[in-house]
Design a protein around this ligand. Structure first.
Ligand code: SF4
Length: 435
C-alpha cells in the first residue's frame, strides 16, 4: 500500500476508496475533501481491518454525524440482543457505534461489530483494560494499557477515545480547584484513579508516541478524551477544562506529525450562552480538528429528559463548529438505557444534527424539509410520513386521533378550520365550507 492512513494518503494526493465514497455522500469535490483530510480538519475513521465499513467523514464542513453508545454489560450480556440494538441504531441513522462493553470477554462482541456493522466503531480501551486482564486497576501497568489499545486496533476499531490530556499536574489542579463535580468522565476517572494510586504519570500521555505508531499502522483515529469535561454548569469553561484542552491541542499536533487522524472530545454540561465560545476556543487551540461533543447539556435539572437538554446544546454546538454529536438518552444520569431510551436519544441527536446542518448551509441538508413542506401543503400524509425523522411515531399519532370524518384530508388539530385546506381552496377559487 502506498499510504498508511487516510491523512497520509490525502497528503500524498491519493484518492482512497473511502475518500471517494465520503466525497460523494457529502456532495463535495474529492480535491476539497482531500485538502481537509490532509490538514486534519476532517477525518475518515476507517481501520484497515474494518472491511465492512461504509465510511463517513467527520468535520465541521461536513454533515454532522451522531454516535450511539452500546455494549455488553452485566445487565445485558447477550451478544445477539446487543447486536440487534446496534443494527437498529444504524438503521435509525447513527453513523458511529461506540462499544462501551464492560462485562465478560469483550473481544467477541468487538470482533462481531467490526465484521458485521457498517458504521464507524469506537471504543474506550481504558474501560476494557480492567475487564480484559481481570485484575484490579492499581495492579495494571502502563504496558498493559498500551497493549489493550493495540488489541483494539488489531480488532478493527476505527476510533479510540484516549484520555491523554490529564497529567500529574491535573491531579493537583483538581484538588486545588474544588470543582463541584470533579471528574465525570468514566475513562478520565479511571486514569485519574490509576495515577493517584500508583503515583505514575498518565500512560496514555507518557507513551503517546507508541500509541501513535499503533494508530498509524492500522489507521485508527484518536479521539482525544476530555477527562475534565464539566459535569455540571458550575464547572463549565473552568481552568481544569481549558488547561486540558491546551494539552489536547499539543497532542493533536504530535498526532498529525505521524499522519494520525484526530478528533477532540468536548463538553459536557455547558450553559447555552457559553457554547459558541467553547467551540471557537476548541477550534483555535486544536487548529480545526473535528470536535466531538458529549451533549452539551444546557441545564442540570432535567433527568429523564436529558436527550432534550443535550439536543438543544448539540444543535448550538454543531451550528458553531462541532462535527460529531454523542447521543444522550432520557436515561442519562439515571440508568442503563433500554431500547426505547436508545431510540429517543438517537432521534433527539438527529434532530439537533439536522437543524445545525441547515443553519450551516450543508449542501442539500434542507431538501427533505422542502419536500415535507410540499407534502404538508398538499395534505399528502404518506409523503409526510416518508419525510419524517420518525415515520412510525408520526403515523401512529395521526391514526390514533383521526378527524371525525374519517375521509377528511385534514387532521384533528384544526379539523374544518384547517388553514392548509382553506388556503388551497381559496387560491383555487373554490368555496370554503366550514360548517
Ligand atoms: S388541520 Fe391544522 S394541523 Fe392539521 S393539517 Fe390542517 S392546518 Fe395542519
Amino acid at each position: 500500500m502506498e499510504y498508511t492512513t487516510q491523512m497520509d494518503a490525502a497528503r500524498k494526493g491519493i484518492v482512497t476508496p473511502e475518500l471517494k465514497t465520503v466525497a460523494k455522500k457529502e456532495y463535495m469535490e474529492e480535491s476539497a475533501l482531500m485538502a481537509l483530510v490532509a490538514q486534519g480538519k476532517a477525518v475518515i475513521p476507517a481501520n484497515k481491518k474494518h472491511t465492512c465499513l461504509n465510511p463517513e467523514g467527520v468535520g465541521s464542513m461536513l454533515r454532522t454525524k451522531i454516535n450511539v453508545n452500546l455494549g455488553v454489560s452485566r445487565d445485558c450480556t447477550d451478544y445477539n440482543v446487543e447486536m440487534q440494538k446496534v443494527m437498529s441504531a444504524v438503521n435509525m441513522g447513527a453513523e458511529a457505534i461506540m462499544d462501551l462493553s464492560s462485562h465478560g470477554n469483550t473481544q467477541p462482541f468487538r470482533l462481531k461489530l467490526t465484521s458485521e456493522c457498517p458504521a464507524m466503531i469506537g471504543t474506550v480501551p481504558v474501560y476494557d483494560s480492567v475487564i480484559h486482564y481481570q485484575r484490579d486497576l492499581e495492579t495494571l501497568t502502563a504496558r498493559d494499557f498500551i497493549d489493550v489499545v493495540r488489541l483494539h486496533a488489531e480488532d478493527g476499531v476505527d476510533f479510540v477515545t484516549l484520555h491523554c490530556g490529564i497529567t500529574k499536574k491535573t491531579i493537583e489542579q483538581i484538588k486545588q480547584h474544588k470543582r463541584k463535580m470533579n471528574i465525570v468522565s468514566r475513562g478520565g476517572s479511571l486514569v485519574f484513579a490509576w495515577m493517584s494510586m500508583t503515583g505514575n504519570e498518565n500512560p496514555f500521555y507518557e507513551y503517546y508516541d507508541e500509541i501513535l505508531d499503533i494508530c498509524e499502522k492500522y489507521d485508527v483515529t484518536i479521539s482525544l478524551g476530555d477527562a475534565c469535561r464539566p459535569g455540571c454548569l458550575a464547572d463549565a469553561t473552568d481552568v481544569c477544562q481549558i488547561e486540558e484542552l491546551v494539552r489536547l491541542g499539543e497532542l493533536t499536533k504530535r498526532a498529525w506529525a505521524h499522519n494520525v487522524q484526530v478528533m477532540v472530545e468536548g463538553p459536557g454540561h455547558v450553559p447555552l450562552d457559553q457554547i459558541a465560545a467553547n467551540m471557537k476556543v476548541q477550534q483555535t487551540i486544536c487548529m480545526g480538528a473535528p470536535f466531538y461533543v458529549l451533549g452539551p447539556l444546557v441545564t442540570d435539572i432535567a433527568p429523564g429528559y436529558d436527550h432534550i437538554t443535550s439536543a438543544i446544546g448539540g444543535a448550538v454546538a454543531a451550528m458553531n463548529g462541532a462535527a460529531f454529536l454523542c447521543y444522550v438518552t432520557p436515561a442519562e444520569h439515571l440508568a442503563l438505557p433500554n431500547v426505547e431510551d436508545v431510540k429517543q436519544g438517537i432521534i433527539a441527536s438527529r434532530i439537533a444534527a439536522h437543524a445545525a446542518d441547515i443553519a450551516k448551509g450543508i449542501p442539500h441538508a434542507r431538501d427533505i424539509d422542502d419536500r415535507m413542506a410540499d407534502a404538508r401543503r398538499a395534505l399528502d400524509w404518506e409523503a409526510q410520513f416518508a419525510c419524517a425523522i420518525d415515520p412510525d411515531t408520526a403515523r401512529s399519532i395521526r391514526n390514533s386521533r383521526k378527524p371525525e370524518d374519517d375521509h377528511s384530508d385534514t387532521c384533528s388539530m384544526c379539523g374544518k378550520f384547517c388553514s392548509v385546506r382553506s388556503m388551497n381552496k381559496a387560491l383555487a377559487g373554490e368555496k370554503i365550507d366550514i360548517l
